[in-house]
Design a protein around this ligand. Structure first.
Ligand code: DGJ
Length: 752
């Protein structure tokens, strides 16, 4: 790994074993992009890649030179209005009304390690040898404003983290109307764009589309990263699949409004950029003030999508998530939400907890409804003190009783929200985000607190700190159940309003920061109506996130498969819930529900007392199984094998392999029973070709014996996964055929 500056050619070459990224200082002092892709050997100059060619009608920079045109030069952080006709990475409104700018090279710094981004989540290093950072300093003389573009290249990951920082040095203030985190121009358009899209209860479906001329983008303007689009896109070559071919991933470490965009110009150059969505964003900078963008993380893979995802998984699991829980296996929990909704009292909670304890579950999570007078969703958000009618001994009382059973206790909050029927609102009505003289929309009967104001964040911190310090709470589920509308900060001036959306997210990060510092032992799980804020920004504070409100096993295959495009299994909250499922009314076998939920941070979300004795025995066995395998699952290398988004989606398969390749777990899921089908083989990945593996099907009724196969055979020939029955002998195969079936294969290298 290294960053080399070639002073003669004015080129920076960032590289590690996998990837090269080359930047040139152009003749006009701006930054050009020469190459981003598979590692190439360093040389004094790659200037020949500039492709300067005179083109009719092009706006040209230098008198008499028809070749040098910003319209045609591939750039690092382009502006509009000064030759380039494509969408810019930033825009600055100046006092005289002009938006033209020209940041030119002033100098650079290269140093080991990676600095923190003050107030913002970001990847980090633990040791300076893990990464090198390049900062390129640019200046616009007319505006007297500095721009620093930062690039960190990691040693062990084909990943480059980027951000931009603007500092106004002039007495004339400037208004930043757009400031992307990063932009890069790629020399062709032979790509397909992958995005993760959906809606509530069907988050992060994998969508792939061919890049065409013009702009293709995904975005959120909801105030959260959203369950509609995730702040991630990838550009893959058309022939790239999970295991082969070139792909570029772009992920934004941010939890608010974002834009991720690929623009293909009519010369087939592809410009990718991502950052805070410019709509509603307008950031005034006075003399001496800076604006820091969030971080964007680029990952390059020449070995397909699995490799790209594995880089994100490991980087985000070990160098984005932080704290005590980063490297720990996660507790197996029971959450009362789908068991009781708002309708519970202490006795009810304790009967669920007692049963959970006897089955080996480690953590009880008390969800929504424990505070104020909240018997439905119309009241009490903001009143973070216990409802003594439901919990006569308060939170410390119930926590103590759960602890006495031998379980840890966890608690739900929705810190950013308020109901109008609450003491908090009655006391501080001005703390709502609402536009003067306009009607305010509600979402789930609730309103958004103005987290752009520090006094609001301070107040909520005080309430949460009191509960968490008085009661033995080991886990917090931080929910957020509506998007933002009529955004306006009461009492603040017009200029401030363009800052509110971003300042709100900074307020959320600040509260997370204070709470995680004050309670370093507590495990935080983020949540936003399920997965509406499943993003890297949240992972910095909360190492796990509730993946979706949809707990149906079949739907979860798609949701967890799509989520794995970027996010590690250790971050995905996955629970076994009741049947018929509450979102779809579908009934799937208990075994399949667990086989899906194992691939995440495992738990239950139902009243275990309603299960039969047989089912309870099965739950106890599942819990014991997860305890044995959770380290492998949550910290191993994950491979997607068969996609629920391809063919007819009837089969999904994935697997996880230990670092030493001696253990693996394969999940195979077949949604609908088919009749009279052919033999099927599943090619496994990531095994050691030279090892032999004992393959056992977990709890498969018809297969008693463990069979042995070579790692090479399992990967190149495949594992035989045909259904035992296709329309006959249903008694003989009772329990292992029919709809919604699944199998877990446990692989162990022989002579371990
Ligand atoms: C939405 C969450 O995703 C659910 O798990 C649950 O906590 C409810 N909110 C409670 O209101």
């Amino acid at each position: 790994m290294g960053i080399i500056y070639h002073s003669k050619s004015g080129e920076f070459h960032l590289f590690n074993d996998e990837v090269s990224y080359i930047i040139i200082i152009l003749e006009n002092g701006q930054l050009g992009q020469l190459y981003y892709g598979e590692r190439v050997a360093d040389r004094e100059s790659f200037g020949h890649l500039l492709e300067l060619q005179a083109r009719p009608m092009a706006p040209c920079t230098f008198a008499g030179d028809l070749a040098f045109s910003m319209e045609h030069i591939k750039q690092e952080y382009p502006s509009y209005g000064h030759g380039d006709m494509r969408n810019p990475a930033y825009e600055i409104l100046q006092k005289n009304g002009s938006r033209v700018s020209e940041f030119v090279y002033r100098g650079y710094r290269i140093y080991p390690g990676k600095p923190v981004l003050e107030g913002l989540p970001a990847t980090y290093t633990e040791d300076n040898c893990e990464a090198d950072t390049l900062e390129i300093v640019l200046q616009d003389e007319v505006m007297d404003t500095e721009l620093v573009l930062s690039y960190t290249i990691f040693k062990n990951y084909a990943a480059i983290a980027r951000n931009a920082r603007f500092t106004c040095q002039s007495r004339n203030e400037i208004i930043l109307e757009e400031a992307m985190s990063a932009s890069v121009d790629l020399p062709d358009r032979d790509f397909e764009m992958i995005e993760l899209t959906g809606a509530w209860a069907r988050e992060r479906a994998v969508k792939t589309r061919r890049l065409e001329h013009g702009v293709q983008s995904i975005y959120s303007m909801r105030g959260c990263s959203s369950n509609n689009y995730n702040p991630f896109i990838a550009l893959k070559r058309p022939n790239t699949d999970e295991n082969n071919g070139e792909v570029y991933g772009f992920s934004l470490v941010y939890s608010g409004n974002f834009l991720a965009q690929a623009e293909v110009d009519t010369y087939d150059v592809t410009r990718v950029m991502m950052g805070i969505h410019p709509r509603g964003f307008s950031w005034t900078l006075k003399e001496g003030e800076s604006f820091q963008t969030p971080e964007a993380v680029f990952v390059y893979s020449s070995k397909g999508l699995n490799k790209m995802s594995q880089v994100y998984h490991e980087l985000y699991r070990t160098r984005l998530a932080r704290g005590k829980w980063r490297d720990e296996v996660r507790p197996i929990l029971i959450n009362n939400w789908e068991a009781t909704y708002f309708n519970f009292n202490e006795d009810k909670i304790l009967t669920i907890a007692e049963k959970a304890k006897t089955l080996g579950i480690e953590l009880f999570v008390l969800d929504d409804g424990w505070f104020g007078k909240r018997d439905d969703d119309t009241s009490s958000l903001g009143d973070w003190y216990p409802d003594l009618d439901k919990l006569p001994d308060g939170i410390s009382g119930i926590a103590e009783k759960i602890n006495k059973l031998g379980m840890k206790f966890g608690l739900w909050f929705e810190p950013e929200m308020v109901n109008k029927d609450s003491d908090l609102y009655r006391r501080y009505p001005q703390w709502l985000l609402e536009t003067p003289d306009r009607q305010s929309s509600h979402g789930r009967n609730q309103f958004v607190l103005d987290f752009s104001k520090s006094e609001v964040v301070d107040h909520i911190y005080g309430m949460m700190e009191k509960i968490l310090s008085e009661a033995a709470v080991s886990y917090v589920k931080w929910d957020m159940n509506r998007c933002m509308t009529e955004v306006y900060s009461t009492g603040m001036d017009a200029e401030y309003q363009g800052k509110v959306m971003h300042r709100y997210i900074l307020g959320v990060y600040d509260l997370y920061d204070r709470l995680t510092k004050r309670f370093p032992e507590v495990l935080f799980e983020s949540c936003a109506s399920g997965g509406a804020r499943f993003d890297p920004g949240m992972m910095y504070y909360a190492p796990q996130c509730w993946t979706s409100d949809d707990t149906d096993a079949v739907e979860r295959l798609k949701i967890q498969y799509g989520t794995s495009m970027v996010y590690p299994l250790s971050s995905m909250g996955a629970h076994v819930s009741a049947v018929p499922n509450h979102q779809l009314l579908r009934s799937t076998p208990l075994n399949t529900r667990a086989n899906v939920a194992y691939f995440g941070t495992f738990g239950y979300e139902l009243d275990l007392n309603t299960l039969t004795g047989e089912e309870q025995k099965e739950v106890a066995e599942q819990v014991a199984f997860m305890k044995e395998y959770r380290k492998l699952i949550q910290q191993g290398t994950f491979y997607r094998l068969v996609s629920p988004f391809e063919d007819n989606g009837n089969v999904t398969a994935w697997m996880v392999v230990s670092d030493d390749k001696k253990e693996a777990l394969v999940g195979y899921y077949r949604t609908l029973q088919e009749v009279n089908t052919g033999y099927r083989r599943l090619k496994l990945r990531g095994l050691d070709e030279c090892l032999s593996y004992q393959v056992t099907i977990k709890k498969e009724i018809t297969v008693k014996d463990t069979v042995t196969h070579g790692g090479d055979e399992l990967m190149h020939v495949g594992l035989f996964v045909s259904d035992a029955s296709s329309g006959e002998n249903h008694e003989k195969y009772n329990g292992s055929n029919g709809d919604y079936q699944s199998r877990l294969y446990i692989l162990k290298a022989e002579n371990m």
